[in-house]
Design a protein around this ligand. Structure first.
Ligand code: FES
Length: 77
């Protein structure tokens, strides 16, 4: 059981963000963009989650991972 627990948690990418929720989902409308583009975190390490603050760079260096943000751009009219 300990090995099974270890295997499950070793792949967990979200260490501490909103763990009281069963599934973390954020809905945003494109009109909500305050600037030309917004970057959303996919590494779960951002201090400004759901926004990317660049923390993925350190995560990638430490783990050899290649995670980057989702970048949403405001569509030109
Ligand atoms: Fe998480 Fe950039 S800080 S993807």
């Amino acid at each position: 059981p300990l090995l099974e627990f270890s295997r499950k948690t070793s792949h967990m990418i979200n260490p501490n963000i909103r763990k009281d929720e069963k599934k973390v989902v954020d809905f945003l409308e494109v009109e909500d963009l305050a600037s030309e583009k917004v970057s959303f975190c996919r590494c779960w390490k951002s201090e400004k989650f759901p926004y990317c603050d660049g923390a993925h760079r350190e995560h990638n260096e430490e783990t050899g991972d290649n995670i980057g943000p989702v970048v949403i751009k405001r569509k030109a009219k």
